[in-house]
Design a protein around this ligand. Structure first.
Ligand SMILES: Cc1ncc(COP(=O)(O)O)c(C=O)c1O
Length: 341
């Protein structure tokens, strides 16, 4: 076991022992390779560098009180990677290759899986990119799939405490029929303008609205949005947001704890009517939203007047985190235990 200050880890990069890699060429995947280098050798004309032909995933391994290592819904991450790959014409990674590589990289870096009770976990970052050279604008003939891991603490330094969000109207992260539903790098580069604007105004993350009308809520930075009103979990339906696995899981958890669920366009005008609001994603699970500011219209919406997360957000958070760490039974079949790690 590494000697790290586990409970003080940021959501950042820590060098681990190994990463795993596999190359697709001549129409098939090669052998899985193990590397101790943090660097890749990349062709100067690769499509990843020039045309943004790359997609990634983000998932975690959790060490439970029983010492066992759990993966949460890895099949969903694999499915989303397949959708991203299909969307930008890359080679497909099948379930077996994905799982074998995840298992191997977690096993090889078992020393870096944070101990139970520290609030930290092992972040797993699969990356698929066009490594073949093309000068004309075409998909590559060669792809590289690699996975590295890094131990992380909570995404927001506040942890499970209210965050402040700013509505951004002068930049979009993805177009309605573009790549917003895929986890491709270009969306994140496109989101930096909004992120910087929110930071400059003193807020933690930007809230993006739909690109056409700026009327409906899309996403919050690198997380989906949800709200609670009249015993209902409400979350946006949009063609330009990433289908969050956490959000999909929270919909199930919400039903399980007695809420109704609505996935529909969410008008920004509804903001004052919400009882609770939150951002959700793998990194932080739920970040309760304490305040949303509409910079352009000089409006503020406050959701946690006493500074504490709302009761439903707290219940959903505790249920999902409890399942991930194995503290409570998993009635949904979401957990895969990696044996002998
Ligand atoms: C743009 C965006 N939205 C939402 C999410 C949350 O998705 P998930 O719950 O699958 O981590 C992420 C993080 O992966 C993201 O990058």
């Amino acid at each position: 076991m590494q000697n790290l200050e586990w409970s003080k880890l940021p959501f950042g990069y820590v060098k681990t022992n190994y990463n795993v890699r596999c190359v697709w060429k001549n129409g098939k995947w090669g052998e899985i390779e193990v590397s101790d280098s943090e660097y890749i050798n990349i062709h100067i004309a690769s499509t990843a560098l020039h045309y943004g032909q790359e997609a990634f995933e983000g998932m975690k391994a959790y060490r439970g009180k029983d010492g066992k290592v759990r993966l949460f819904r890895w099949e969903e991450n694999c499915k989303r990677l397949k959708d991203s790959a299909a969307g930008i014409y890359m080679a497909q990674v099948d379930d077996k290759l994905f799982f074998d590589m995840v298992k191997k990289v977690v096993e090889l870096n078992a020393d870096f899986i944070p101990p139970y009770g520290t609030g930290a976990s092992l972040y797993i970052r699969p990356l698929l990119y066009g490594s073949g050279a093309k000068v004309g604008v075409h998909p590559a003939d060669e792809y590289t799939f690699l996975i590295f891991v890094t131990p992380v603490g909570p995404y927001f330094k506040e942890g499970f405490n209210p965050v402040k969000i700013a509505i951004i109207r002068d930049s979009d992260r993805a177009a309605p029929l573009g790549t917003g539903t895929m986890k491709v790098g270009g969306n994140y580069a496109a989101s930096f303008r909004g992120l910087e604007k929110a930071h400059e105004a003193g807020y933690g993350s930007p809230m993006y609205l739909d690109c056409r009308e700026k009327k409906y809520i899309d996403e919050i930075g690198a997380a989906n949005f949800f709200a609670i009103k009249d015993n209902t979990y409400i979350t946006p339906k949009s063609t330009s947001i990433l289908p969050s696995i956490t959000n999909k899981s929270l919909e199930e958890v919400a039903k399980y704890i007695g809420l109704k669920v609505e996935r529909r366009p969410v008008d920004v005008a509804e903001l004052p009517t919400f009882e609770e609001a939150g951002a959700c994603g793998t990194a932080a699970v739920i970040s309760p939203i304490g305040e949303i500011v509409d910079i352009d219209e000089n409006k503020h919406y406050v959701y946690c007047p006493d500074g504490k997360p709302g009761k439903w957000s707290t219940k959903m958070y505790e249920t999902l985190v409890g399942i991930q760490y194995g503290d409570i039974p998993d009635p949904f079949g979401w957990i895969t235990i990696l044996e002998n790690i």
